[in-house]
Design a protein. Sequence first.
Length: 665
Amino acid sequence: MKSYTFKDTFILWVSLGFLTLTSCNDYLDREPLSVVTPEAYLHSEADLAAFTIGRYNFPTHGGWNVGTFGNDNHTDNQATTNAHNRWIPGELRVPQTGGSWNFGAIREANYFLETVIPRWKAGRITGNSTNVNHYVGEAYFLRAYEYFNKLEAFGDFPIVKTTLPDDMETLKNASKRRPRNEVARFILSDLDSAISLLSVSPPGGKNRINQLAALNFKSRVALFEATWLKYHQGTALVPGGAGWPGQGKVEGFSINIDQEIDFFLTQAMEAAEQVADNVPLTVNSMDDGYDSSQNPYHAMFADFDMEKYSEVLLWRAYDQTLGVRHNVNHYLNQNGGNTGYTRGMVESFLMANGLPIYASGSGYAGDDFIADVKQDRDNRLQIFMKDVGELRFTDQTSSDGSPIEIAIPEIAGNQETRYVTGYGIKKGFNYNSSQIEGEAGTIGSIVFRAVESYLNYIEASYLKYGSIDGKAAAYWSAIRTRAGVNPDFNITIGNTEMAKEAKGDFGAYSAGSMLNDAVLYNIRRERRNELMSEGLRYFDLKRWRSMDQLKNDPYIVEGFKLWGPMQEWYKNEDTGQSILVPAESGASGTPNVSSPSESKYLRPYRIILGPTNLAREGYRWATAHYLEPIAIQHLIITSPSGDPASSVIYQNPGWPLVANSGATE
């Protein structure tokens, strides 16, 4: 059995596998990769372009799933069949080996930068100088991107700027963690370098990292750190807070939290406005959701070519002939894809007149049917959530020439095709029948879009100044206008009741307390609704510290109102008998839905009530879960005695020094 060495945590994989997003005729004239040596590589524009794009590692579509549109699963926005163990304290455990504590991608970026920059400065990189500059900028971006993944996972992290020799003492010393705010500042520094070098319109178009995408990402990083420091301030999860494990172990440490928060908020605003002031939002033609195939706002998430959408800053293309494909619409178009919006998510959307659904005079039609839920609502809910009878294909009809339409939600069938909550996802839905045949999907996948910068500026400026300035007001009005909602956000703010919002929205809380600021809450609501199904919900909940309340008040996930008129949808065609088997004592058959005696609304984690279902009592939380644990083997090999407690790396707060153990809280 191979022994694990410290070198493994820093290993450089100088493998030259390339992600096919663009092509270059120069590749045909190059030596086979098997005979390329480090000395012969990274001397030309083509070499630089190939190296950086081969290290793109963004969350894009892939595999047998609904792609990026399933990345909000396991939050208060979306649910899948089996609950994530992060909601079950004691079940998320410290690994023995592996985990996110690794340096492979960081070392690759460092290798590129320390190899290329001397040659670049000496003018020894051949090719178009603008393009060469751009690819150097990409490398800075990629290092920043990887470091942000580490910041989000661990907080404090080693800052390693060069490749390191295979020397135990050198590697141990380099593995010492630096405070998270220093890591965040390092990331912003790398992004500043990237932004100064990246082109706005690089070769390959928006399939490659570009200046606006980097500015958008910079605003994300800065806002993340500012809000993390603000809401986790004083705890062990912030440098200098009570119980911070770096106390006495981090050399030269000092911090002024208020100054750091202000710095990062300012950085977030400045980066965000450079994007938002220059990139208009894609137009929404305001259909009712029956056929959104010609609506640019809907099509933007499901198009084959996303280059034409101004709002799309970076996207990934797919090509069936090259074997680069996915299965997004195999699931989104045909079935529920083992996911679904929660009741809390759906009820957070406003009426078109700007009122919450519970407000007097809102005009809310109720939730007996999905069509009622969508009536006169925020247009994002109308076009991005499925309803029975809406169009499925624009290029295919049934044998009698009638349209092929969406069927009733399958809530009791196979796990992989189930509408888990009854509320089906329609973001990313493509109307072309070619997209559903096996692994044939080729719609693009958005990595960054400009509306995030609009939202980042609104939130950062409000937290910095305590009011909505003119720029934030203009951005917010533009987002609401595009969503088909009354642009006067003050109408919403004046009619918001926090106690009602908090029932289905984790973002109504910070540090275990319900927000008493309706402006701030509605900024968070706007972000939740605009970025639905785009994989940023858990990211937001962590930085807002929005799960503490679950320690004492577990959250029961609910979906649509099954136990009303919609239960009539679920009858055997031959016998007329219901196919629903509620989870009730004494009921015959295996339960496939939750009990109407508990709630009129489908509760996906209350179907199986036995001890094997650890989420049956709802989502719960442990403070340690805001960060990941470090695997024990990393602590052992950086300890002079082999004892994890004496390692130069300290474990994250609340996580023990024993493998396979849950959080100590």
